[in-house]
Design a protein around this ligand. Structure first.
Ligand SMILES: *Cc1c(COP(=O)(O)O)cnc(C)c1O
Length: 469
């Protein structure tokens, strides 16, 4: 029986001659089609041997299965998703979204030659690191700047350049872990700098810093506690005090500002995120921050500060290993230039726009989605869908204690489990990622772009159909 079945598996030649094969073989690369076919036939063979395949499917079906596989082989692994979590800067979903004009800047510089390292004034070899420096000077009043691939690279480079083999004085309350195994003490060790922690978790005074300064000290460092807050019996030495101490002992001072909020967020309660512009005025030797957190740009690490230190970093051989490409530089400059427009940045930079979006507008959009789904009909048997008040979060290791009032839709499945529903939504062509609370899936409309809405509705429609299968 098994032998007979195995013998019945169509020969490759036979399949390649079939008209259906000829129709689809133009759609995918030949090697992909053949690999897919081999897998389908091997699957059949295995199935017959194991006993769960008891008949040979028609040729058409074998070819259909091959096409399905081929489709999966050429599908990019990195794919668009709909973020219904309400977390605006979601590290797992790519952090900040670039506005169209920043994408245009990337397309233009990437699809043409550009002056990446060519000095147009002199007509000779130039410096990749000059880009964005003048706009950063204009925005923040800094002396000089350096862009690297991300803020983790910035931290490493600063410590390695300024404090290799020397002690870095830092408060015990600021030995941060950002997530994804980025920990200040570990990065410090790798950089060759020596951690000199002072004070206690909740209280660190100016005297603690001062007592730790010796001839081995290389740097005074402060780290913004981006993703947590210490509350209660707390004392934090001010930036001004740390900077004054560094000056007194002729040492550099460095602030890892983390999220990169350029100027204070007006009109939002309970926000105590340091702004880069204010911190620059205080006189740090160096400040570093991320490009894709609150700044709302591409992944980048931005270092601003005194020219001699920036120049020393440019000479560090490790800088080459952290240098940004032209895509990053083009997008970053477009975003930074937007900040010169002042308040308009809140409209033009998508991360800020999402933070400032009013809850009434989000409510209206949520209602519209629900109405669409009701008009489609049939959902009542599969789900109960209701409007809910939610709280969005800024995310990206910033503002951990800020909750933005928001709205969204709550979906409670009637015929399937909540885990099954979540799985269906994740497997869609454009996956929808929500948040499960008890037996309900919550989708916050704050983080869903208007152009995502048709996909949200289409995806939910598909889920309804699956739930009723
Ligand atoms: C996020 C963060 C980093 C790491 O920045 P990346 O751009 O993610 O590399 C470093 N320090 C602080 C304080 C941060 O918040």
């Amino acid at each position: 029986m098994i032998v007979e079945l195995l013998r019945g598996i169509p020969k490759t030649d036979e399949i390649l001659k079939h008209t259906e094969w000829k129709r689809i073989s133009g759609l995918y690369p030949e090697t992909v089609m053949k690999d897919a076919l081999r897998e389908v036939l091997n699957g059949l063979r295995e199935g017959i041997k194991q006993g769960y395949v008891q008949g040979i499917p028609p040729l058409e079906e074998i070819i259909d299965r091959t096409e399905e596989k081929a489709k999966r082989f050429i599908k990019p692994g990195l794919t668009r998703v709909i973020n219904g979590t309400g977390v605006i800067i979601h590290t797992n979903m790519g952090r900040s979204l670039l506005p169209k004009y920043a994408i245009e800047a990337v397309i233009q510089r990437a699809s043409h030659f550009c002056n990446l390292e060519y000095d147009l004034d002199k007509g000779s070899r130039g410096d990749r690191y000059v880009h964005s420096v003048s706009v950063l000077q204009r925005l923040t009043g800094c002396e000089s700047a350096l862009i690297v691939n991300n803020n983790a690279a910035a931290v490493y480079l600063i410590l390695n350049t300024l404090a290799e083999g020397r002690e870095v004085v830092i408060s015990r309350g600021e030995l941060v872990e950002i997530g994804g195994s980025f920990r200040i003490p570990d990065v410090m060790k790798k950089s060759g700098a020596i951690l000199k922690e002072v004070g206690t978790t909740n209280r660190t005074y100016r005297e603690d810093y001062e007592a730790a300064i010796t001839e081995s000290t290389g740097l005074l460092m402060k780290v913004h506690t981006s993703n947590y807050r210490i509350k209660g019996f707390v004392y934090e030495t001010s930036s001004e005090d740390i900077i004054a101490l560094a000056k007194k002992y002729n040492l550099p001072s460095y602030f890892d500002a983390g999220s990169g909020l350029l100027f204070p967020l007006q009109g939002l309660d309970s926000i105590n995120e340091p702004s880069i512009i204010e911190e620059t005025k205080k006189g740090w030797s160096l400040i570093s921050f991320s490009g894709d957190k609150l700044l709302g740009g591409p992944q980048a690490g931005i270092i601003i500060g005194e020219k001699p230190y920036i120049d020393a970093m440019k000479k560090n051989p490790m800088t080459r290993a952290m240098r940004p490409d032209k895509f990053t530089l083009a997008a970053l400059e477009a975003i930074l230039l937007t900040y010169l427009e002042g308040d308009r940045a809140k409209e033009k930079i998508l991360t800020l726009k999402m933070i400032y979006e009013g809850k009434e507008r989000i409510k209206a959009r949520s209602k519209r989605v629900i109405k669409y789904l009701e008009d489609l009909g049939g959902h009542g048997k599969a789900f109960s869908i209701t409007l809910v008040e939610l709280e969005s979060q800024v995310g990206g290791g910033s503002l951990p204690d800020v909750y933005l009032p928001s709205y969204g839709i709550a979906i409670k499945p009637k015929t399937i489990t909540i885990e099954r529903l979540e799985g269906i939504l994740r497997a869609l062509e454009v996956p929808i990622i929500g948040r499960i609370e008890k037996d309900t899936l919550l989708i916050d409309l704050r983080t869903i772009l208007p152009e995502d809405e048709p996909y949200l509705i289409k995806g939910l429609k598909e889920a309804i159909a699956k739930a009723l299968e």
